[in-house]
Design a protein. Structure first.
Length: 208
């Protein structure tokens, strides 16, 4: 079987973790080999970088440092886990990938698109998702969900306006890449959202 790379994206609290776990069960029940991973993270080195990036104590982190750390974690993730998994014929499900950096560090932090895209090229070595599910929810709703469930990390503590820029960029990316990025309304019941995601994934897997 040919490996497939599927990513889930969206603002904080959009429901990615819930939906990626639902999708994993669905695919495994159909007999597919599945590997669930996340960004930043997915390997011991990348998880260590994640700790630096999301720790609220690192509030003095420079925007450029943040960008480089995300790309460094991605480079390790791709080399150690994503590409080997795809070569082994697995379906890789990743909670975030390069689109998140485009949205958070590009639009959110204001880095020029050209710089961010060039760093993506270096970090990913041409490894792109076959399908991206964008779970769209209003920023205020997503942040409210997060605040009820856990203590906020460094990125979640950014001002609402920062997160609005992130959401707008995700939607811009979806409009620019409709063949890859499918927007799903994340405000609905979990099962409704899961059903729509499965339709997009089934269509991908049915392709020769």
């Amino acid at each position: 079987m040919k490996g497939r790379f599927i990513t889930l994206e969206g603002v904080e609290g959009c429901g990615k973790t819930t939906q990626i776990n639902q999708l994993k069960k669905y695919l495994e029940n159909r007999g597919y080999p599945v590997d669930v991973t996340r960004e930043p993270g997915g390997t011991p080195l990348a998880e260590a970088i994640r700790g630096l990036l999301l720790n609220p104590a690192n509030h003095a982190m420079a925007a450029a440092t943040e960008l480089f750390l995300y790309e460094a974690a991605r480079a390790q993730h791709v080399a150690e886990r994503i590409r080997p998994g795809l070569q082994a014929g697995k379906i890789i499900l990743s909670d975030r990938y390069a689109d998140s950096t485009t949205a958070y560090q590009g639009a959110g932090r204001g880095f020029p698109k050209e710089i961010v895209e060039r760093l993506h090229e270096v970090a990913t070595q041409g490894t792109s998702p076959d399908l991206t599910i964008l779970l769209d929810v209003p920023v205020e709703e997503g942040l409210s969900r997060v605040s009820r469930l856990q203590k906020s990390d460094r990125l979640e503590q950014e001002p609402v306006e920062f997160h609005r820029k992130v959401r707008a960029e995700f939607l811009r990316l979806a409009e620019a890449h409709p063949e890859r990025i499918k927007v799903v309304d994340g405000t609905r019941h979990v099962e409704e959202v899961s059903a729509e995601i499965r339709k997009f994934v089934d269509a991908l897997l049915d392709q020769k």
